[in-house]
Design a protein around this ligand. Structure first.
Ligand SMILES: [Zn+2]
Ligand SMILES: [Zn+2]
Ligand SMILES: [Zn+2]
Ligand SMILES: [Zn+2]
Length: 104
């Protein structure tokens, strides 16, 4: 007499899954840049990328950033930053510092 064990141990295949950034909230959208599934709180709806991508993207154009601005700390790409000595400064800070009290 065989006892059927049924469909076996239940598998927990969540159709939606949880956010790959915070791991707490339910993922609602897939980032088109990195493919992460993230919740609404970890997605920058204005730029259309997840926060992880936003943090590594030029804040001006959204391209892959190569450095953080030494003054404001925002990520910038090669085109939107310039080397100042050993540091890299974004266009925004550069123009401000030129207009400001940057002495000779
Ligand atoms: Zn999240
Ligand atoms: Zn992403
Ligand atoms: Zn840029
Ligand atoms: Zn800056």
């Amino acid at each position: 007499m065989n006892l059927n064990e049924g469909p076996g141990p239940g598998r927990h295949d969540f159709a939606s899954g949880s956010c790959e950034i915070c791991g707490e909230n339910e993922a609602v959208i897939t980032c088109s840049r990195c493919g992460r599934r993230v919740c609404g709180l970890d997605f920058d709806w204005g730029r259309g990328v997840c926060l992880a991508c936003r943090d590594t993207s030029c804040y001006i154009c959204g391209d892959y950033s190569i450095a953080l601005c030494a003054l404001c700390g925002r990520p910038v790409c090669r085109r939107h930053s310039s080397r100042v000595g050993l540091k890299r400064v974004c266009e925004d800070c550069l123009s401000k510092s030129r207009l400001g009290a940057l002495g000779p």
